[in-house]
Write a protein that binds this ligand. Sequence first.
Ligand SMILES: [Zn+2]
Length: 302
Amino acid sequence: MKKSNLIICALAVAVLSVLSSCGRRDGAGKPQVVVSIMPVYDVACVIAGDSVDVVCLLPRGGNPETYEPTMSQYVDVEHSDAFMYVSNTGFEAAIADRLKENATGGLAIADLSSGVDLLYGTHGDCGHEHHHHSGCSHGDVDPHVWSSAKNMRVIARNVCDVLKKVDAPHADYYDTNLAVVLSEIDSLDAEMSRVLAPHRGKAFVVWHPSLSYFARDYGLEQISVGGQENKEASVTQLRQKIDKANGRGATVMVVQLNYDDRQAQVVNQQIGARVVNVDLLNADWAQQLKTVAYAIASEGND
Ligand SMILES: [Zn+2]
């Protein structure tokens, strides 16, 4: 091996050690796959068990719509066996595009939202500005695909397919682990369906429109007041949203980690909803969705 390659490998290993990684890392022979966000990391780790190393790119607290991947992360992904992304958020698209350009054949690139019934136009005006996607070239697909138990079921199946491709001899093992994940997701979905069934049609407020799929799953109405991260809502727009929230009798406002909680509190003075803070990009995504479901079900039903 040439010296320059050695340096790159050493760099990749150094980077890997600081990224989240589950499973045993023996450094020899074991396949490695890279996923973009923590909810996917959670299900991928269960399905992979101790046969494949799973690495997650987006750090805790990171925002996939504004995050810029580092050069070391590109190198890291290029040295792995598969890159799995969920949607065309800026950083996922940037990595997938680059990988496709420099494809060497050995790396599987998988769009995990394949098979999901995608929503269009529910994410507001396209506010994403990235080097690789100026304007709205990726369409107006709602990127928050992971904020839904039903979608996570499709994602888990897709993850399993990728692992079976990367490590065919252990296909049965991955199928067994997938069954565990699917039964957990089924229980979660059944519990939220039961809790929310009496509240179909109910409206809830979110700061950023991150729960469109969740709202669709349970027949709820999402009213987003904050809009996009790099676009300030105008006073008129804000007024209209507040009036809508009040008119629809919303009693819960969901604020995601990373968004301006202080501004949300100020706006909420005119709505008077119960503020629920969640981190939908957490590995514990199931608990985060349940928190939202129980909040909506418990508020304003005396
Ligand atoms: Zn968004």
